[in-house]
Design a protein. Structure first.
Length: 428
């Protein structure tokens, strides 16, 4: 059977809201609904016309099990709408698109809503194992004497829970935090603190410029909380960011000599994003105007301690499979987990030994010009809601290709646990 073409016809996201030490106003499903309602309202077909809904989400909260289904119902898509949630850490939002892409390409669907939603501010606190054992003893105690005997065994540490997000951002195999893996890459590829800080400043200035010019106006939908407050923009951007200011920040993960700081790392944020994928038949049936055509995708895996090289390991074979080189790509979106991580990817593509020994290339892949990479900023300036980011970069790449007149682009990201994902899009 001939593979069918798959198009990205529209998409929208919420503003990305920086976590500031307390629960944010929205849960993952709240965010999905906030961006989904205006997106569905501007379509020429009814919400129940979709074949299915797929949503990436990593930190699913207890009140929203299978958030894809909860969101679909709250969006008025009907009780018969199939909806499921996918999770591959940082790649979850892209995985939703990839699953939809393959489903449509193979003829099992025509119209799919694929998204990502994450509210990191709602990440749970987790009881320590010995605290759980103590509570279990209290619940199973029979009679006043047994209850009293268990009660006196409480220890102060039992009252101090573990921050779930902190453990979630630590690799269980290497016991390295994601920031420490960026330090490893900085060491391997000679990425300096000054280079990382300069990259971070540029990310903020690019996003600030895009906000000021209205470039993101059709992509970012305002969000409204229960108190009536309106959130219009990614609120972590610092237009006045400067290298000398970032230079005063202390390393977070490898004190005192490390170079990864809060200023050159992605921000912890809440946010959601949706993309509408359609077959050629659906485009004709509903008279849709596609933004881009999805060409292909690739997933790769590598040592978790160098997980930040995931974009290199996934995008390189993907491009090679289609006979594309660096010069065939007009725009790149590489999720900015850390400035050092993105810069290490760029350095790896220019390293002769790495390209030969690891990527199997006869020559270096070459330099990706900065004017083609993350042209409107990235996760350092707008944030990285883990289950959402992969969706956002695909949506924004499609919009950026359309706006700049580019022909072809690559969206890619590193994935905690030592994986990477990449997609090729072509403007239509």
């Amino acid at each position: 059977m001939t593979a069918r073409e798959v198009f990205l016809v529209d998409g929208a996201r919420t503003p990305f809201l920086k976590v500031r030490g307390k629960r944010g106003p929205f849960t993952p499903v709240d965010l999905a609904v906030q961006s989904g309602r205006p997106l569905l309202a501007r379509q020429p077909f009814a919400p129940d016309a979709f074949d299915m809904v797929i949503l990436g989400c990593v930190n699913v909260i207890a009140d929203e099990m299978n958030p894809a289904r909860v969101a679909a119902l709250r969006l008025g898509m009907g009780a018969e709408m199939v909806a499921f949630t996918v999770q591959i850490n940082c790649g979850s939002g892209m995985q939703s698109i990839d699953t939809a892409f393959r489903t449509i390409r193979e003829g099992s669907g025509d119209l799919i809503l694929a998204g990502g939603a994450e509210a990191l501010s709602h990440a749970p606190f987790v009881l320590r194992d010995d605290a759980v054992d103590w509570l279990a003893g209290m619940q199973s105690a029979s009679g006043p004497l047994a209850t009293a005997q268990n009660a006196v065994q409480i220890r102060p540490r039992h009252l101090k829970p573990v921050v779930g997000l902190e453990r979630g951002l630590t690799d269980p195999i290497t016991d390295l935090s994601m920031g420490q893996t960026a330090e490893v890459l900085a060491h391997h590829f000679g990425i300096t603190r000054a280079m990382s800080d300069a990259y971070a400043v540029e990310s903020h200035k690019r996003l600030a410029s895009a906000q000021h010019s209205g470039t993101l106006s059709t992509e970012v939908m305002p969000a409204f909380d229960k108190e009536g407050s309106v959130y219009k923009y990614d609120d972590g951007v610092r237009a006045d960011s400067a290298v000398d200011k970032l230079g005063n920040l202390k390393p977070v993960f490898e004190k005192p000599y490390g170079q990864v700081t809060a200023g050159n790392s992605s921000q912890v944020t809440d946010g959601a994003s949706w993309c509408i994928l359609a077959s050629g038949d659906a485009v004709k049936q509903h008279n849709l105007t596609p933004i881009a055509r999805l060409v292909d995708s690739e997933w790769a895996a590598l040592d978790p301690s160098v997980m930040g090289l995931g974009p290199v390991m996934s995008a390189t074979p993907l491009l090679s499979r289609h006979g594309f080189g660096r010069d065939d790509i007009d725009l790149w979106e590489i999720n900015e987990a850390f400035a050092a991580q993105v810069l290490a990817c760029l350095a790896a593509w220019q390293d002769e030994n790495f390209c030969r020994d690891v990527l199997g290339l006869k020559d270096t892949f070459g330099m990706i010009p900065r004017e083609q990479l993350n042209i409107h900023g990235g996760a350092i300036s707008m944030g990285h809601p883990v289950g959402t980011s992969g969706n956002r970069i695909v949506l924004h790449l499609a919009n950026a290709l359309h706006a700049t007149g580019g022909k072809r682009g690559v969206a890619s990201e590193c994935i905690g646990g030592g994986q990477g994902g990449a997609m090729i899009l072509e403007a239509v």
